[in-house]
Design a protein around this ligand. Structure first.
Ligand SMILES: Cc1cc2nc3c(=O)[nH]c(=O)nc-3n(C[C@H](O)[C@H](O)[C@H](O)COP(=O)(O)OP(=O)(O)OC[C@H]3O[C@@H](n4cnc5c(N)ncnc54)[C@H](O)[C@@H]3O)c2cc1C
Length: 397
C-alpha cells in the first residue's frame, strides 16, 4: 500500500530514494523479518545488501564516500526501513549517530580515518552512554578513563549497547574528571576501536547479548572495560574534546530523537497497513469488521496518528537541516511518534483478534518491537521533562 500523504512534500530525489528503499523493504525485509525475529538471528544478507545500496553512508558527505544527504531524507529512509522491521533500522541508527559525532566534533584526521569506511559499512558504529545503574540520568555514569603513560585507560561497565558486538567503533562516554562539579564538565567521549564480532579483546569483554522481548536480530550487549587502552587520537575532537563528551552526546541525541521519531512513523504506518487489510478480509456478523463503526473509528485514529507523527518528524528534521533550533520539536516528534507506534501496534493487534496473538501474524512481532521506541534516546517521561523545560525557557515572562 503506497503512502499517499507526505509524498507530495518530497523532492524528486527524495521520492526516488524512498521508493528504492520501499521496494527493497517489500522484497527483502518484510518476507524474512519473522524468521529472523523468531530465531533471534542477525540479518547478515540484508545488511550486506544495505551496504551495496549505500545505506550506511546516507548522511556522510560525498568527499568521504557517502551520499551527503540531509537529515530529512535520512528520516524518510528510516521510516521506510522501520516499516519493514525496526531491527534493520537499528543496525543503521547507532552507526548514523556515530558518523554524526565524527562529522560535527571529530578532528580532520579522525574524519579521514573513519568516515570512508563507515560510508561503505565496512566498519559500523555504536554509541554507549547507558550503564547498569544509569540510563536517563546520564551525568550519573560511573565509567572512567584515567590518563596513563601514552594515553588513557578505560574502566567500567556499559549496558544496552546496540550493535555492541558487531560494531568496529564504539563512541563511549566516560568520566575523565569524576570530581567535576557539575558532573557533565568532567565527561569525555572516546572512540573505541575494536575487532567486529570479537567478544574478548585486551581490556574489553563483551558478554553474550541481552535477551529481549522484541527488537531481535540486532544485538544489545554490555561492554565490560577493564584497563582498555586508547591514545589521545581516540578522544572525540582530540585533546580539546576532553570534558566535552556530555555536550557532544546530548547534541547527537537531539538528532537521535528525530531518528527514533522516524522509526515510530514506520511502525505506526505498518500497523495501519496490516489493520486496513485484515479488517476488510475478516468478517463477523455478516460483514467485514471494517464496516463495524468501532473498527472504522480505530482505523481513523490510527491513520490520524500516522499523519501527525510524520508531520512532526518532518518538521523537526527540516528545522535541524535549516540550522534552526529544534530541541523542542525533536522532543515532541520523538514523544508523539513513539507513542503513536505503540498505540497503533496495539490497535492493530486488537483488530486482528485472536490471530494477532499468534506468531503466524506479523503484528505479533510489531507489538513486541514497538515499546522499545518509548525507551531509547530518552523515555517519554524524559521527553516531557525536556519539552516542558524548553517551552518555559522560550516563553519566560
Ligand atoms: C533494546 C535497547 C537498546 C538500547 N540501546 C542503547 C544504546 O545503543 N546505547 C545506549 O547508551 N543506551 C541504549 N539503551 C538504553 C536506553 O537509552 C535506556 O534504557 C533509557 O535511557 C532509559 O534508561 P533506564 O533503562 O536506565 O531507565 P531509568 O532511567 O532507570 O528510568 C526508569 C523509569 O523512570 C522514569 N524516570 C527516570 N527519571 C525520571 C524523572 N526525572 N522523572 C520522571 N520519570 C523518570 C523513566 O522514564 C522510566 O520510566 C537501549 C535500551 C534498550 C532497551
Amino acid at each position: 500500500m503506497a503512502v499517499a500523504v507526505g509524498y507530495q512534500d518530497k523532492t524528486d530525489d527524495q521520492k526516488a530514494i524512498t521508493e528504492m528503499v520501499r521496494q527493497f523493504v517489500d522484497k527483502e525485509i518484510l518476507p524474512t523479518a519473522e524468521e529472523y525475529d523468531h530465531e533471534d538471528k542477525f540479518p547478515e544478507p540484508i545488511v550486506e545488501q544495505m551496504k551495496e545500496l549505500g545505506l550506511f553512508g546516507v548522511t556522510i558527505p560525498e568527499e568521504h564516500g557517502g551520499m551527503g544527504l540531509d537529515l530529512t531524507t535520512y528520516a524518510m529512509i528510516v521510516e521506510e526501513l522501520s516499516r519493514g522491521w525496526i531491527s534493520i533500522s537499528g543496525v543503521v541508527n547507532t552507526h548514523f549517530i556515530g558518523s554524526y559525532l565524527l562529522l560535527k566534533f571529530g578532528t580532520d584526521e579522525q574524519k579521514e580515518k573513519y568516515l570512508p569506511k563507515m560510508a561503505t559499512g565496512e566498519i559500523r558504529g555504536a554509541f554507549s552512554l547507558s550503564e547498569p545503574e544509569v540510563g536517563s540520568d546520564v551525568q550519573g555514569i560511573k565509567s572512567t578513563a584515567k590518563e596513563v603513560d601514552g594515553g588513557w585507560e578505560i574502566n567500567g561497565q556499559k549496558m544496552w549497547v546496540t550493535n555492541g558486538l558487531r560494531a568496529g567503533l564504539v563512541f563511549v562516554l566516560v568520566k575523565t574528571d569524576p570530581k567535576a562539579d557539575p558532573p557533565y564538565k568532567g565527561m569525555t567521549c572516546f572512540i573505541c576501536e575494536k575487532e567486529p564480532g570479537e567478544a574478548e579483546v585486551p581490556g574489553l569483554t563483551i558478554p553474550p547479548q541481552i535477551k529481549k522481548m522484541g527488537y531481535k536480530g540486532v544485538e544489545s550487549t554490555e561492554l565490560v572495560f577493564d584497563g582498555f587502552k586508547v591514545s589521545d587520537d581516540h578522544i572525540l575532537g582530540g585533546r580539546e574534546g576532553v570534558g566535552e563528551g556530555f555536550r557532544q552526546m546530548m547534541d547527537a541525541l537531539e538528532l537521535g530523537r528525530v531518528n527514533v521519531a522516524a522509526r515510530g512513523v514506520g511502525v505506526a504506518q505498518r500497523s495501519l497497513e496490516l489493520a486496513l487489510r485484515y479488517s476488510q478480509e475478516r468478517k463477523t456478523f455478516g460483514k467485514p469488521i471494517a464496516q463495524h463503526q468501532a473498527i472504522t473509528f480505530k482505523l481513523a485514529e490510527m491513520g490520524t496518528r500516522v499523519e501527525a507523527a510524520r508531520l512532526l518528524t518532518m518538521k523537526a528534521a527540516r528545522m535541524k537541516d535549516a540550522g534552526e533550533r529544534s530541541d523542542i520539536e525533536a522532543g515532541m516528534a520523538k514523544l508523539f511518534a513513539s507513542e503513536a507506534a505503540k498505540e497503533n501496534a496495539e490497535d492493530a493487534l486488537r483488530i486482528h483478534g485472536g490471530y494477532g496473538y499468534s506468531k503466524e501474524y506479523e503484528i505479533e512481532r510489531i507489538y513486541r518491537d514497538a515499546p522499545l521506541l518509548l525507551i531509547g534516546e530518552g523515555t517519554s517521561e524524559i521527553q516531557k521533562m525536556v519539552i516542558g523545560k524548553k517551552l518555559l525557557e522560550r516563553h519566560k515572562i
